[in-house]
Design a protein around this ligand. Structure first.
Ligand code: NAP
Length: 324
């Protein structure tokens, strides 16, 4: 079978596909494919494994009649028109669970870095501004016994809440569309309505998927409801936060700080004012970027392709209804 991989993935995933005797082509470049290039390369393939942030819209599925399945090396699938894939009979799979620990670590890293102004102070050293010890300068805030609000307490939110509770005895509150009873039992997490999440959180961390419902969920109106001392953390998708409103909220002191692993757009413009703010830490979408996690994601994405080739259901199928 012909398999097209849209960006170089860890070798373990490629080796698994090769050992099964398949014909593999890889777009091995840092430049993403244009829509036309993606369609052209995918038209030659039976299966596509997406290792990058390519978009798969209705036009893509319309123009790739030979395609039999799409495997994503990510848990998020906001880059795929799932209903168009289903309409064309294409199963789409992702890599849930195995990246939760690594991504929760980045949420933790951002929370702690913002609370201690770590990135800003590092930049000051590089700029020659470390003049000596000052008892009244560089003051951060502590996290002990504070309230951590989770928007979207699923796999990653749970891992982050678990770490934050263990490290700082943080009280966990959360808002989902449905209750997470496991988190309530294990972490003592308390379900609250969205407004309570905004008004009570000392740290508010975003973990819900980007959908039409969650797009721009965090904007001027929500920031106005939050504490002036609050820290916003986003490791989900940049589109959940209105970045201009966030910038204004930080500039005016409406919010205390923000830590972002995801931005809108990506990559972020290096001139973006958020990059120079004292209480802001930005990372370039590295949530799952550890050797172990990326190896496991590549293996899982490759295994999904192999299952589809054998005529089996893809184990991590997103659009189950495609099999009905
Ligand atoms: P998950 O287990 O599905 O958790 C998502 C949670 O969000 C669920 O508990 C869900 O609960 C809640 N949710 C969904 N829609 C909501 C809404 N409209 N309002 C409130 N809550 C809502 O997903 P996950 O594995 O934790 O991953 C979460 C997201 O993280 C992914 O979608 C992806 O975009 C992002 N991610 C980023 C990185 C990175 O590198 N930074 C890495 C991995 C994942 P209900 O269904 O009950 O509402």
């Amino acid at each position: 079978m012909k398999i097209f991989i849209t960006k170089k993935i860890p070798q373990k995933g490629i080796d698994l596909l090769k050992s099964a005797g398949h014909d593999i082509s890889i777009h091995d470049s840092s430049t993403p494919l244009s829509e036309t290039e993606l369609i052209k390369a995918s038209q030659q393939a039976d299966y596509v494994l997406n290792g990058g942030m390519q978009k798969f819209d209705a036009n893509f599925f319309q123009n790739c009649p030979n395609l039999k399945a799409l495997s994503l090396m990510s848990v998020g699938y906001d880059n795929v028109d799932i209903s168009a894939a289903t309409q064309h009979g294409i199963p789409v799979s992702n890599t849930p669970g195995i990246l939760s620990g690594a991504t929760a670590d980045v949420a933790f890293l951002l929370m702690l870095s913002v609370s201690r102004k770590a990135f800003f102070n590092h930049k000051r050293i590089l700029q020659g501004e470390w003049k000596g010890f000052d008892p009244t300068a560089n003051l951060g805030v502590e996290l002990n016994n504070k309230t951590l609000g989770i928007y979207g307490l699923g796999r990653i939110g749970f891992e982050f809440a678990r770490k934050a509770k263990a490290a700082y005895n943080m009280e966990i509150i959360y808002y989902n569309r449905s209750r997470n009873e496991e988190a309530e039992q294990i972490l003592g997490a308390r379900y609250v309505n969205f407004d309570d999440l905004l008004t009570r959180s000392d740290v508010l961390s975003i973990h819900a998927a980007l959908t039409a419902e969650t797009k721009n969920r965090f904007d001027k109106n929500t920031f106005t409801r939050m504490k002036n001392s609050a820290i916003l953390v986003n490791t989900a998708r940049g589109g959940l936060v209105n970045e201009l409103d966030l910038t204004e909220a930080l500039q005016t002191g409406q919010l205390w700080g923000a830590g972002l692993d995801v931005t809108d757009p990506e990559p972020m413009d290096p001139k973006n004012p958020l990059l120079t703010m004292e209480n802001v830490c930005i990372l370039p979408h590295i949530g799952s970027a550890t050797v172990e996690t990326r190896d496991n994601m590549a293996l899982m994405a490759a295994s999904n392709v192999l299952a589809a080739i054998k005529g089996e259901k893809m184990p991590q199928i997103i659009n189950k209804e495609v099999y009905q």
